[in-house]
Design a protein around this ligand. Structure first.
Ligand SMILES: Nc1nc2c(ncn2[C@@H]2O[C@H](COP(=O)(O)OP(=O)(O)OP(=O)(O)O)[C@@H](O)[C@H]2O)c(=O)[nH]1
Ligand SMILES: [Mg+2]
Length: 460
């Protein structure tokens, strides 16, 4: 345990609310708490067993009541920071919270820096860096799926996996060092074969984690999706149906949508940033032209394109232009208006694109929309993956480190194949080990730690 000074902050959101919380953490937490809190029972806070809610009042220096509160003393290490903590639950108005907070300063606490409570939990070894980072992910989760991943990370799913892989790699190094020190006992063939197999296994586990990172990022940030198509095929109708709300204007006139309409929604559990765009075609109308330019920009920057086509009409040159434009992008071809007549273009499309990427729908009746939802879900999770069992990394820092570790392991495998000297092998494996240690915080530099916690909010 590192002995630190005592810090305090308001840990609840600013504004009016039913309750607000002031947290004090550090060696003087109990002393400071005792000086300002007066239990209704007349007893001292420290006479209660730790982790007991005690009803009473916060009084200012003159002994006047500031607020009626509940106070709890959590004796370290059984607290958020693993230090002694006192938390005061008062009424959630800013006046009461601010006065209580300044009183903690008066009695000797110092204002907590952003993320400092969580940083202390990390420095005191209660949680690792992955768990600390997941605290912010939990707070910022945009969907139930993203929350679930963040909570799994908080519980140490990823940390345990990394520990396992690192243990495997450490064994490799021990093995190699033994044969470097006692070369006469070495049987080279066996050593290279065994070492290569172990490293390869570790590399496969890292690769599996990286595969899940695509899913993790989408669940965290939302899948950037653009609805693209020529005028009047039913793009805005599709947006409205997916949103279950009349958001965009729909009309029988071509060129109804002029500007891009963006909405956030959750489709089949997947958070989606969905953009309805102006129909793309050659036009002389100045404003429509601007809209078309914007549509093209969205076509470029979206990760996924919903290319909408009118199933009741043959493909037009404008359709063809769009089909060409989405080449090389992730696209699903939405054949619309199948409530009017059987599609006459599905067959033609199927000759050019994988059939599973062509979906017949009616934006008007909702027919086929569930197929589109299913398609999206599979795109995000992969068809064979079991959403519950996988580890999905959401954090950019962690993904980058893991990518580099993966490269080092690839180098190590190659080195073993080419029978390079043992110490070349240990260098690569060592590097992978230290990169993975940076993810959990075992081998990370102070500046990086400070940078990570500076992104937190005050009070966390
Ligand atoms: N029967 C039927 N009509 C549809 C369907 N989808 C859209 N429509 C009609 O097609 C016309 C055009 O629909 P919109 O949603 O405005 O088409 P859009 O692609 O957004 O058109 P622009 O914004 O002009 O590019 C409207 O009259 C809709 O009612 C559908 O699935 N079935
Ligand atoms: Mg429209």
């Amino acid at each position: 345990m590192i002995k630190e000074d005592t810090i305090s902050a308001i840990t609840t959101a600013p504004g009016s609310a039913a309750i607000g919380i002031v947290r004090i953490s550090g060696p003087d937490a109990l002393r400071i708490g005792e000086q300002m809190f007066f239990a209704a029972s007349g007893k001292k806070l420290k006479t209660y067993p730790p982790h007991t809610m005690v009803y009473g009042f916060i009084r200012d220096r003159e002994g006047k009541d500031i607020d009626e509160v509940l106070t709890v003393y959590m004796k370290g290490p059984r607290s958020y920071t693993a230090e002694d903590v006192v938390e005061i639950q008062c009424h959630g108005g800013m006046q009461s919270l601010r006065q209580i907070l300044s009183l903690t300063f008066y009695y000797g606490a110092r204002p907590a820096e952003p993320g400092e409570f969580t940083k202390r939990a990390f420095l005191n070894g209660r949680i690792d860096l992955v768990q600390a980072e997941s605290v912010m992910d939990i707070i910022n989760s945009k969907s139930t799926a993203a929350l679930k991943i963040a909570v799994q990370q908080q519980e140490g799913f990823l940390s345990r996996k990394l520990k396992e892989v690192r243990r495997r790699l450490r064994d490799v190094i021990v093995h190699l060092e033994a044969v470097i020190d006692y070369p006469e006992e070495d049987i080279e063939d066996v050593t290279y074969k065994e070492v290569k197999e172990s490293i390869y296994k570790a590399k496969e586990e890292v690769a599996a984690l990286l595969e899940g990172a695509h899913t993790g990022k989408i669940l965290k940030e939302g899948l950037r999706t653009a609805i693209i198509g020529r005028p009047n095929v039913g793009k805005s109708s599709l947006l409205n149906t997916l949103l279950k709300e009349d958001r965009a204007l729909v009309s029988e006139y071509e060129g109804t949508t002029r500007d891009v309409i963006e909405e956030q929604l959750v489709i089949g559990g997947v958070p989606v940033l969905l953009a309805d765009t102006a129909g793309i075609r050659d036009t002389e109308d100045f404003v429509e032209k601007l809209g078309v330019e914007r549509s093209r920009a969205f076509l470029d920057k979206a990760e996924l394109i919903l290319a909408v086509l009118d199933g009741t009409q043959p493909l037009t040159p404008d359709d063809e232009a769009i089909l060409t434009a989405v080449k090389g992008k992730n696209a699903v071809f939405v054949v619309n208006k199948v409530d009017l007549a059987e599609s006459i273009i599905t067959q033609t499309l199927a000759e050019r694109f994988p059939r599973e990427n062509i979906i017949e729908v009616s934006a008007k009746t909702g027919e086929g929309i569930e197929l589109l939802e299913k398609w999206l879900k599979e795109y995000v999770y992969g068809s064979s993956r079991q959403a519950d069992e996988e580890i999905y990394i959401q954090n950019e820092r962690q993904i980058n480190l893991l990518r580099q570790a993966d490269e080092s392991l690839a180098d190590a495998v190659k080195a073993a194949e080419n029978r390079l000297p043992y110490d070349c092998l240990t260098i690569d494996v060592d590097r992978a080990l230290s990169l993975m240690g940076e993810i959990t915080g075992e081998t990370v530099r102070d500046e990086i730690i400070n940078e990570i916690f500076a992104r937190f909010c005050v009070g966390k």
